[in-house]
Design a protein around this ligand. Structure first.
Ligand code: ADP
Ligand code: ZN
Length: 523
């Protein structure tokens, strides 16, 4: 350990009682002490706050922390004060007198950290305030809010680039839990970071067990109850796509004897707060919510996160499912989805501005790729963030614990599927294609003359579930893509090689049995 870190270590113990750094914390803190700009990406629970809090107490002056949520700000400041760190915040919830006091403390050099909302700093008044104090550095928390490519863009974050102009000699450090390379580069550019030290932690969350399942027709509730039954005494979150669905599910859960409360932006603020508090204080076990729930909620003992439907993207999924198991103990993430979700998202995407649509469609395709890929879920997720694992998780995802058997004549099956797509003129989606291959006498199929295709009924001996899986696996291996708002299947150049018998294809089916299963322990 370098000399630079010695005083940090002393303070870590003195104020927080911690004797060791978490992975990457020491590196991230060194950049702060050396006054170089930095961008730190650590997963939720990785210990980002300490990366700027410990240097702030160690350095001269006061660190300015930009934080997007007022509730989050107060929690952080309260917890700092309880550790004996002089910290304050300025936001609209305070009285004039409170604000005046905090400003005086800052100007007189009594604070080590001052938390501000982004809209506060960009005003004239904000810069006047900054000019009156001795600033050690800027910390931008939840920095992905600055990027339109991220999952939580906030326009007021864009204004933060003016910090550099007003305080050219103060280093800027950005922190986020979730960032693809695109978002990462965008953060650095938007904040005008100079040659930033990049610290990207591992995105794997080894204590989370991932499962993805098709929502069975009329069985969605059963699948949810099955999970909840295993966690009667423990806390969890269920995400739904709409307020209506949140209300409906929450009501059903209570009728079925579970303790659940709804949470969405349509509820009165006080009801929302009451439900959230009841959940945080363990008076209510399950919160049923839209994505409005979560950011800044620091509850460590969440044992499961269920998505009752497809989230917006893999990045959202990582963020939302990541609220499980922040204490490092085993927790479960279950994603349930169906074709209806895809249709719904496509409608939502159609309502977006034209310029945003291609990006949103790509996110949806990547998410479906994750759902249908035969690869270990842990590996798929970290790959999405540009990382890889040394080995499959083995026990912590459905792909690793459900034994897959290879389909022996995979190439021939793949050729049947691809040639049907070709003969249908590459103008139809998966559901339709599966029906043609299974020889379903559907009115639309007859009307289109596809009951007369040579591929009609070629896979009639296989179930809808199996054929649908294979279509997904072909997409997962890059032999076909889903395009446009109707997810029309198109054959890619590698897919054409399959048709010519020039490429290797792997198709699998679940063997029906489970290997050494992680959930077996919990039952
Ligand atoms: P993040 O903001 O990355 O989600 P936090 O900063 O909230 O993570 O940290 C998560 C938890 O880990 C907190 O309870 C924090 O006090 C704890 N923690 C952070 N760093 C350390 C450390 N070096 N040793 C022990 N606990 C730590
Ligand atoms: Zn796995």
């Amino acid at each position: 350990m370098s000399d630079l870190l010695a005083p940090l270590k002393t303070n870590l113990l003195k104020f927080w009682g911690y004797s060791e750094f978490r992975p990457l914390q020491a590196e991230a803190m060194s950049a702060v002490l050396e006054h170089r700009d930095s961008l730190v990406v650590l997963p939720t629970g990785g210990g980002k706050s300490l990366c700027f809090q410990a240097p702030a107490v160690t350095m001269d002056g006061c660190a300015i922390v930009i934080s997007p949520l007022i509730s989050l700000m107060k929690d952080q400041v309260d917890s700092l004060q309880s550790c004996g760190v002089e910290a304050g915040f300025l936001n609209s919830t305070q009285s004039m007198e409170e604000r005046r006091q905090v400003r005086r403390d800052f100007q007189d050099g009594r604070l080590k950290l001052l938390y501000l909302a982004p809209e506060r700093i960009r005003s004239e008044d904000g810069y006047r305030l900054l000019a009156d104090g001795n600033i050690s550095f800027f910390a931008i928390d939840e920095a992905h809010c600055v990027s339109m490519w991220g999952h939580d863009f906030r326009p007021e974050y864009r204004e933060l680039r003016t910090i550099r102009e007003h305080c050219p000699n103060v280093a800027i450090h950005a922190y986020t839990a979730t960032a693809t390379e695109q978002v990462r580069n965008d953060i650095a550019e938007q904040l005008n970071l100079q040659d930033p030290e990049m610290q990207v932690g591992s995105f794997d969350r080894p204590n989370l067990a991932y499962t993805v399942a098709k929502r069975g027709k009329g069985k969605g509730r059963e699948q949810i109850f099955e999970v909840l039954n295993r966690y009667r005494k423990e806390s969890g979150v269920i995400y739904c796509l709409s307020r209506k669905e949140v209300e409906a599910l929450s009501t059903e859960l209570n009728i079925a004897g579970f303790s659940a409360r709804p949470y969405h932006a349509g509820l009165d603020a006080d009801v929302r707060q009451k439900n959230q508090d009841a959940f945080i204080n363990d008076r209510v076990k399950t919160i049923v919510a839209t994505v409005a729930f979560g950011m800044g909620i620091d509850k460590s003992n969440v044992r499961y996160v269920i998505h009752a439907a497809l989230p917006a993207s893999l990045e959202n999924y990582q963020q939302e499912s990541g609220r499980a198991g922040r204490d490092g103990l085993p927790a479960e993430c279950v994603l349930l989805y169906s074709g209806a979700d895809v249709t719904l998202w496509q409608q939502r995407i159609n309502d977006q501005p034209d310029t945003a649509q291609p990006h949103s469609r790509r996110l949806l395709t990547q998410l479906l790729g994750y759902c249908e890929s035969p690869v270990c879920r842990h590996r798929s997720l970290v790959r999405y963030f540009g990382q890889d694992l040394e080995a499959d998780c083995g026990t912590q995802c459905d792909r690793c614990t459900t034994e897959q058997v290879d389909v022996p004549d995979a190439l021939i099956v793949a050729q049947k599927i691809l040639s049907s797509i070709h003969r249908q003129g590459q103008r139809f989606g998966a559901t339709y294609t599966v029906q043609v291959l299974r020889g379903i006498e559907d009115a639309r199929i007859k009307e289109n003359g596809h009951a007369d295709l040579s591929t009609f009924g070629l896979l009639k001996d296989h179930s809808e579930d199996h054929v649908t899986r294979w279509v997904g696996q072909l997409a997962g291996q890059g032999f076909l893509v889903r395009e446009g708002e109707y997810s029309v299947l198109k054959i890619t150049p590698p897919g054409r090689k399959v048709l010519k018998g020039e490429a290797e294809v792997r198709l699998t089916l679940p063997a029906g049995g489970r290997r050494a299963s992680s959930s077996a322990k919990k039952e």
